[in-house]
Design a protein around this ligand. Structure first.
Ligand code: NAD
Length: 485
């Protein structure tokens, strides 16, 4: 059970050992539901990153690299089983660290276990090709691991994003160095300990704690890594890609979004509206794939707004442990960002149509922001363009299919979208025309879906994670040309 009163000291996990437990100094980890410190992590930098990369290289060239695909897969399956065995402990830790309601934390841990199961079972089913080149020759296109892979993780879904990223990389045979976010990194640390228990050789998976500008920047710029998987903000993504370019290292960038939820007049509203609300309140809107814009056909605009409004007004906000509709924002800094973007929207002419209320027992000092529905903003205003990363849904009317597609595509982002209509032709036309890495028709995944290739178009990033596609990203092709006559 998680200690609710004292401050727990965590360390880095390097070469199979927990080191530098942050008893004093280090970085305070706050419970977003109360604003109180409950853990402390060490503030790693270039020295710890060096050690972690050395350990990963040794594992890759040693015991881990010598494992067969089947052996790697079995270890990943065991990690998955250990996550399930420690399910409630991990869910409580994730909820405390991020503030997310327990049901969301449980869903996240379930998904994390699924990533290890999925990639564990994929490890020995992933192979290259032979190429009919010329008579007397056989050409093999082998799928080989990159070597040492770096994984820079954000705070919003620490366990899930860690699972999807290191799951694919380990299954493909890489050794990993993870830099989780300073605001929430405890489940990646704990699951990495479980991975050792599952039989993962020391050094195959290392976790360095610390600030992005120190440990993160040192990792991104390190000449000893062969691939970077980065999930986070577009600004940091640019910095990471620039650092990687210096070493000619390939990067996968999973950045933000401003995902449109498009509702046509023929949609089944009873089905659509609960999903649309959930797509923005899930994880207090701190989801890269949050459905933060709802585009509504003008003929049903007032009706949909009234029905959404009822739903927003009924929502309750409180501590993660109380498991209500919505938990807190991750930090005071992020709360300030959400508040200032909404203030700017109101100054630009937007109006608050409805907002949720705080639970009576919500703790003092938590970073709460009640979910809010806004109307009256122009699609080109900041609230129509910028990622809020909070539970704020902006509504916009449209005239017809062409207009809907125009507004849907009129942001720099292209991560995910949903289209709600019973018209089969329109479903496919919209899916084709909307610029997004994932388009959902009459449903919305809001980031879920282990088996579904995921990633952005435009400024939402490049490369794909999740699914088989994610594992392919963690390999490269080596072509072997055999002349045998
Ligand atoms: P962030 O970019 O500030 O931080 C992400 C990670 O990068 C953290 O581990 C951080 O410590 C590290 N970092 C920060 N500066 C760095 C630097 N100079 N060099 C190397 N690493 C550095 O993002 P955040 O605030 O943690 O997360 C929010 C953002 O992430 C949002 O924009 C959101 O849309 C995006 N996001 C995207 C996805 C996706 O899959 N597309 C998923 C979750 C979050």
């Amino acid at each position: 059970m998680l200690d609710q009163t004292s401050v727990t000291a965590y360390g880095h996990l390097i070469n199979g050992e927990t080191i530098d437990r942050a008893t004093a100094g280090g970085i305070d980890v706050l419970d977003p539901s109360t604003g109180k410190v409950f853990a402390r992590i060490p503030r790693g930098g270039a020295a710890e990153v060096d050690r972690a990369i050395d350990a990963a290289r040794s594992a890759f060239e040693g015991e881990w690299g010598a494992k067969s695909a089947l052996e790697r897969g079995r270890i990943l399956m065991k990690i998955s089983a250990l996550i399930i065995e420690n399910f409630e402990e991990l869910a409580a830790l994730e909820s405390r660290d991020t503030g997310k309601p327990m049901k969301q934390a449980r869903a996240d841990i379930t998904a994390t276990a699924r990533y290890f199961e999925y990639y564990g079972s994929a490890a020995d089913k992933h192979h290259g090709e032979t190429i009919p080149y010329s008579k007397g020759m056989t050409v093999l296109a082998l799928r080989v691991p990159h070597g040492v892979t770096a994984h820079i993780i954000p705070w919003n879904y620490p366990s899930q994003i860690y699972g999807r990223s290191v799951g694919g990389a380990l299954a493909a045979g890489n050794a990993c160095v993870v830099k989780p976010a300073e605001d929430a990194c405890l489940t990646p640390l704990r699951i990495s300990e479980l991975a050792l228990e599952a039989g993962l050789p020391a050094g195959a998976l290392n976790v360095v704690c610390g600030l992005g500008t120190e440990a993160g920047a040192a990792l991104a710029a390190h000449p000893g890594i062969n691939h970077i998987s980065f999930t986070g903000s577009p600004q940091t993504g640019t910095a990471v890609a620039k650092a990687a370019a210096e070493n000619h290292v390939q990067v996968t960038l999973e950045l933000g979004g401003k995902s449109p939820q498009v509702i046509f007049a023929d949609a089944d509203l009873d089905e659509a509206l609960p999903v649309i609300v959930n797509a923005i309140i899930q994880n207090a809107g701190q989801t890269c794939a949050a459905g933060s814009r709802v585009l509504i056909e003008r003929s049903i605009y007032d009706e949909v707004l009234a029905r959404l409004s009822e739903r927003f007004s009924a929502l309750k906000v409180g501590a993660g442990v109380d498991d209500l509709d919505c938990g807190p924002i991750i930090s005071a800094k992020q709360l300030e960002r959400v508040t200032s973007l909404v203030d700017a929207a109101l100054a630009d002419g937007a109006k608050v149509v409805a907002s949720a209320s705080m639970a009576e027992n919500a703790p003092e000092g938590g970073f709460f922001y009640p979910p809010m529905l806004l109307d009256g903003a122009a699609p080109e205003s900041r609230i129509g363009q910028d990622e809020v990363f909070g539970p704020v849904l902006a509504a916009f009317p449209f005239d017809d299919e062409k207009d809907a597609i125009r507004i849907a595509n009129a942001t720099p982002y292209g991560l995910t979208a949903s289209v709600w209509t019973r018209d089969g032709g329109r479903q496919m036309r919209c899916a084709n025309a909307i610029e997004a890495g994932q388009v959902f028709v009459n449903n919305y995944g809001a980031g879920g879906g282990i088996e579904l290739p995921f990633g952005g178009m435009k400024r939402s990033g490049y490369g794909r994670e999740k699914a088989f596609e994610g594992m392919i990203s963690f390999t490269t092709i080596k072509t072997v040309v055999l002349k045998h006559g």
